[in-house]
Every structure is written in C-alpha cells, then in structure tokens.
Design a protein around this ligand. Structure first.
Ligand code: AMP
Length: 331
C-alpha cells in the first residue's frame, strides 16, 4: 500500500482484511499456510505526488491502522520500500523485460489518468507495475492479496517473471521466480459515498477506518442511494444503491435480506436504512478503533516495528538479488 495516511474502508475490505486472514491462515499441518510480508510503497506514492513532506506521518498513520486491524509484526515483516535498495535494483532489470506499449495498455493507469485529470504521465508512473513486480518477486511472493484495480499489475508481474525465467536460468535453481496469483475478496472494489465505483482518498468519498461512530453516521447520511427513490415509501432498487452495498459487507445476511425486501416494497426509507448501515459499520470497526488508540499513543513503537521489519525483509531481498545476479552472470 502507498502511504496516503489513514486508511479507508476500501483499503480494508479490498486488501487489509485479506492480509490479516492470510497472515493467520493455518495449513492442514497446523502450521502457518503463508509467510507474509507487508510493504509500504513509499516510492510508489511519488507516481501521483512529488510532495514528500507528510510521507513519514502518513506512513505511521497507515501502519497504525494495519496494526489495529490485526497485522502482527512478530509474524509479518512490515517495511518501507525505500529502505531496501534491492527494490530499485530489481526494478531496473525488470524494466528491460517489458515494452513501453504493454505498460501504456494498463487499464489501472488509464483510470488514474482520468480520475486525477492528469495531463501527462511520468516515466516512473508508467513503470508503476514494474516496481510492483520487484516488490512482489523480491520476496518470492506466490499469493498477492489485492483489490480489483491491482489485478492488471499482478498480471504484468506474472509476465515479467516468465520473461526473466525464459531469459536467465540460475545454475542451481533453474527458474528464479514463481508466477504469483492474485487473491481478491468479495469486496475488492468498494464503492465511494458519492456512488462512484471506487472509494478513494483522491476522490474524497471515503469513510475512514479510524472514523468515530458519529463521523460514520454523518458520512453515510450523505451517501448517494437509488436516485429513483425520492420519497420514503417509494420502492427502491437495492442493486444500484451504494448504502445497500455497504450493508452487504457489514450487516448480517438475515439483515441484508430484510433490508432488500423492505427497500423494494417501500416500507424502509433511506434515512432509517442509512442509520442501520452506519451502526453496522461502526460495530464492525469498534475493535479496530479501540486497538488503534493503543498504537496511536506509541509512535516510537511503530517506528521500531518498521526498523525490525526492514532488517528481516532486507535479508530476503539480498538473497534474491544474489540469485538474480548469479542467473544473469553479473558480478
Ligand atoms: P493503494 O492505496 O492504491 O496503494 O491501495 C492499497 C490496496 O487497497 C490495493 O490492494 C488496492 O487494490 C486496495 N484498494 C484501494 N481502494 C480500494 C477500494 N475502493 N475497494 C477495494 N480495494 C481497494
């Protein structure tokens, strides 16, 4: 994740929740099913903003959210991309293995250009997925839990891994890289409060993981619903309603069914429905809010977690980079 500050519900439902699940998943032998690594993509944030004044504060805020949501630094290294030089080194090599036209076809880049009204794209921004390929493959990642917008990037990572293995074989290992698979959740593209298809900080349509119940209620009150349901008793169409999509995530299956029926028949008005939605979101977030308070009071502990994670991640990155150079017969 790029350090853009406090996280919103899209980050949570699309990625973070899935990260915690993978971190805690046990295999048939009762041991952890995955080794998990969580990266703060600080260099990636330069693709859309060169202003770095707040990057450290944003990093601490984001990692505080990660920890509050259940990331355990004793199980998973948490580290900054910028502090491990092998990311940029491998990025350079990978950049030779993919064409500029392939990167220009990346649909996520096209969405960003549209959403941010960008007039021009930097060479570094075009290479966003190439740096991401280095982020994943340095740790021999085989499973990448991401939101839907990142699927094209994982596909590019697979192509780069394939291309590298075809070009360079390690004398002992043969293939240096495995092609990773993406892992998306049921809510891999959470809609924004304004009804836009994606909740996003740059679109200003978010509910934050750290919002207090009153803030959640205020925000949900303003959310866009079915535009054809004007009066309370008009029959609504839950399938086009943003608030209903939040119910699907945060309310119980029985509640979701009742809400859908009562909305369709016109018994349930939007004001009441929104109140129930905000309540369900805040109930789900309550343990995260509580844990967040503990970590927010200890920013030095968060800094130590980063330093420790960086030490661990660096060891793995150095080993992979050595294998890369051996396969390439460099050095
Ligand atoms: P980013 O802030 O772009 O670095 O995103 C971090 C992770 O959160 C990525 O895996 C994204 O796909 C995911 N993500 C961001 N916004 C949303 C959203 N609205 N719905 C689902 N996943 C999201």
């Amino acid at each position: 994740m790029r350090p853009t500050g406090k996280l919103h519900l899209g980050h949570y439902t699309g990625a973070l929740e899935n990260w915690v699940a993978r971190q805690n998943e046990l295999g048939a032998d009762g041991k952890r099913a995955f080794e998990t690594y969580f990266l703060i993509a600080d260099y990636h944030s330069l693709t859309t903003s060169l202003d770095t004044a707040d990057i450290f504060d944003h990093t601490i805020n984001m990692v505080t959210d990660w920890l509050a949501a259940g990331i355990d630094p004793d199980k998973s290294p948490v580290f900054r991309q910028s502090q491990i030089k092998q990311h940029t080194e491998l990025f350079l090599i990978f950049a030779m293995l993919i064409t500029a036209s392939r990167l220009e076809r990346n649909p996520t880049l096209k969405d960003q250009i549209r959403d941010l009204n960008m007039e021009a794209v930097s060479y570094g921004h075009l290479g966003y997925p190439v740096l991401q390929a280095a982020d994943i493959l340095l740790y021999k990642g085989n499973t990448v839990p991401v939101g839907e917008d990142q699927l094209p990037h994982v596909e590019i990572t697979r192509e780069i891994a394939r291309r590298f293995n075809k070009q360079y074989q390690h004398p002992k290992l043969g293939d240096v890289f495995e092609e990773p698979d993406p892992k998306i959740t049921k809510f891999s593209r959470l809609a924004g409060l304004d009804g836009k298809t994606k909740m996003s900080k740059s679109l200003g349509n978010t509910i934050l993981l750290s919002d207090q119940p009153e803030e959640v209620l205020q925000k949900v009150r303003k959310a866009v619903t079915d535009t054809q349901k004007i009066r309370k008793n008009d029959p609504g169409r839950p399938e086009v309603c943003t608030v209903f999509s939040y119910h699907c995530k945060f309310s119980s299956p029985d509640e979701v069914e009742t809400i859908a029926q009562d909305c369709r028949s016109g018994i349930l008005g939007c004001v009441d429905c929104k109140k129930r939605c905000a309540g369900a979101i805040s109930r789900d977030l309550a343990p995260i809010l509580e844990k967040r308070l503990e970590y927010a009071a200890k920013p030095d502990m968060v800094k130590d977690i980063l330093l420790r994670g960086e030490e661990n991640a660096r060891r793995v990155a150095e080993k992979t980079m050595k294998e890369v150079q051996e396969a390439m017969q460099i050095g």
